[in-house]
Design a protein. Structure first.
Length: 199
C-alpha cells in the first residue's frame, strides 16, 4: 500500500494551499519550501500551471502518480462530462467518503481507519482505501472505532453536515447519488488537470 510519508507542511507550502486539513497547525503557508526562501517573481508556463494543479489534487486525495493517472485515463475514456467523471472517481474512494461523512478529521486518518478494518460497507468489513462506493451503499464504523475519543467527538458534531451526495445519521452514512464536480468545494482548476493528461 503506497503512501507518502515525508513532511506534509512542505507539500502544502509548495501548492500554497492546506492540502491535509491541518488548519492552524500549518505554518508559513505563504512561503514556498526550500532553504533560501522565495526566489523572486518566476513566470510560470502553461505546462507548469497544469502540473502544479495536478500535483495539488493528487496530494490532496493522497494518491500516487500511477493511481491518479489511472483515474484521469478512465475519465478521458468515459462518455459524458470528463471532469464530472474524474471527480466522481476521486470522491467515491472509500477513504475520501469516510472523510466527507465527517467520521475523520483528515483523509490520512480515514485511510488508516479503513486499513485497520474499522469500516463496514453494507455490513461487510472493507480494508481497501481505494474501494469505490456506489449509490445506496451503507457505510458504518466498527464498535471499536466508535469508542475512539476523536471519532466519538466527530460523530457527535451534529452541525457538521456532509455534502449533498451523502446522508449521515450518527455513526452511519449512505451514498445518496454519485457526486459531481460542483460537490467539491476546494479551489481546483479542473480544466488544467484534464489538459495536462490530454497532451
Amino acid at each position: 500500500m503506497a503512501r507518502y510519508t515525508g513532511p506534509k507542511d512542505r507539500l502544502s507550502r509548495r501548492e500554497g494551499f492546506d492540502l491535509f486539513g491541518k488548519g492552524v497547525k500549518l505554518t508559513r503557508l505563504n512561503v514556498p519550501p526550500g532553504m533560501h526562501g522565495p526566489k523572486g517573481n518566476v513566470r510560470t508556463s502553461q505546462y507548469g500551471k497544469q502540473l502544479r494543479e495536478k500535483q495539488k489534487v493528487k496530494r490532496m486525495y493522497g494518491l500516487t502518480e500511477k493511481q491518479f493517472r489511472k483515474y484521469a485515463d478512465l475519465a478521458l475514456r468515459s462518455r459524458g462530462n470528463t471532469i464530472n467523471k474524474l471527480f466522481e472517481l476521486l470522491e467515491t474512494r472509500l477513504d475520501n467518503t469516510i472523510y466527507r461523512l465527517g467520521f475523520s478529521a483528515t483523509r490520512a486518518q480515514a485511510r488508516q481507519m479503513v486499513g485497520h478494518r474499522h469500516v463496514l460497507v453494507n455490513s461487510k468489513k472493507v480494508n481497501i482505501p481505494s474501494y469505490q462506493v456506489k449509490p445506496e451503499d451503507t457505510i458504518t464504523l466498527s464498535e471499536k472505532a466508535m469508542k475512539f475519543p476523536k471519532v466519538a467527538q466527530l460523530v457527535g458534531e451534529a452541525e457538521l453536515a456532509p455534502p449533498s451526495w451523502l446522508k449521515r445519521k450518527g455513526g452511519a452514512g449512505k451514498i445518496a447519488r454519485n457526486p459531481v464536480r460542483e460537490d467539491v468545494t476546494e479551489p481546483i482548476e479542473d480544466q488544467d488537470i484534464i489538459e495536462f493528461y490530454s497532451r
